[in-house]
Write a protein that binds this ligand. Structure first.
Ligand SMILES: [Zn+2]
Length: 317
């Protein structure tokens, strides 16, 4: 419920419409709960103004992310009792400042900081310098990555049970992956940036001067029951290592079935001079999976996990 929060196990804070009251919970004061709820409810019809009150982290650890959602990359980790300044809010996500760091954290894992309710020892602890662990995102700096959204133009690719064109979904995914990789410092080139037809031979030309190549596809088969993720490679050296890294990252955080890393005799892999893989990111021929893989949540998660897998690959080099 909006308007009041159980900030710790021992007190309740109402922070709505400028009214901020903290009560220690005891059986004698429980009758006050209804008063507080009434105060909070009475301010529900007022537009919510952004709260800039400082908050503290209540979870043991809390990830700081690059955007307001679980699909965004982790840029740092806060720990319990870290004190953050709130700058902005989107739904349950807060854009916060913490020392030299800025990013998004999940609001339910924080509580309003009421300095007056803390013991002198707790106040000292809150002022002490906490540890920040930066996520390992340096591996993509200076790397050039080619993303190949499968099909395009007259070549629609697979068509889903509900009419999804593979060529549209591959381009959407490629853009999300591009955003992730660029945020991590990589230079990213797409083999096509609109709904145009590009010959396979032209798709791999840019690959010669790149560090790696990833072709993005969605699957379709006659059997509507088949679902899952497949990662293909052709050359049995860097390609298979890259395939292993990206596939492991994908399946680790996916609700889709793991259909494994496989050898695939595809032109864009076979004729490629650089490490290259082809991702089949779900089945458009399964109605349920088609709906799911179309969601922005899935698209963003896939993009993030591909980026994590690529980082993992470069880390091993
Ligand atoms: Zn395809």
């Amino acid at each position: 419920m909006k308007g009041f929060f159980f900030t710790t196990s021992n007190y309740l804070v109402c922070d709505k419409g400028g009214i901020r009251i903290a009560f220690f919970r005891s059986s004698k004061l429980y009758f006050l709960l209804s008063v507080i709820i009434l105060v909070c409810l009475s301010s529900f019809d007022q537009p919510e103004s952004p709260s800039f009150s400082p908050r503290i982290v209540t979870a043991d650890t809390l990830h700081v992310r690059t955007g307001p959602g679980l699909a965004f990359s982790i840029s740092a980790t806060l720990k319990q009792n870290d004190r953050v300044s709130v700058i902005d809010q989107q739904g349950n996500w807060l854009f916060v400042q913490f020392q030299d760091l800025e990013g998004w954290i999940s609001k339910p894992h924080t509580a309003l900081l009421d300095f007056n309710n803390l013991s002198p020892q707790q106040q000292i602890e809150l002022k002490s310098t906490p540890v920040i662990q930066n996520a390992p995102t340096d591996y993509l700096k200076g790397k050039t990555i080619i993303l190949d959204p499968g099909h395009g133009g007259k070549d629609k690719g697979a068509i889903g049970t509900q009419g999804t064109y593979e060529k549209d979904l591959t381009l959407r995914t490629a853009r999300f992956v591009q955003e992730e990789l660029q945020n991590d410092g990589a230079t990213v080139k797409l083999t096509r940036t609109d709904d145009s037809y590009v010959e396979l031979s032209n798709r791999i030309l840019a690959s010669n001067s790149a560090d790696l190549y990833i072709s993005i596809h969605y699957n379709s088969v006659a059997n509507p029951d088949l679902t899952g993720l497949i990662t293909y490679f052709y050359h049995d050296n860097q390609d298979s290592i890259l395939a292993g890294s990206v596939h492991a990252s994908l399946v680790h955080h996916s609700d889709l079935k793991d259909k494994g890393v496989r050898f695939g005799d595809y032109y864009v892999l076979r004729e490629n001079k650089r490490p290259s893989i082809l991702l089949e990111l779900g089945f458009l021929s399964n109605k349920r999976e088609e709906t799911y893989i179309n969601s922005v949540g899935y698209q963003r998660r896939v993009a993030h996990q591909v980026a994590v897998g690529i980082q993992q690959y470069f880390k091993q080099q």
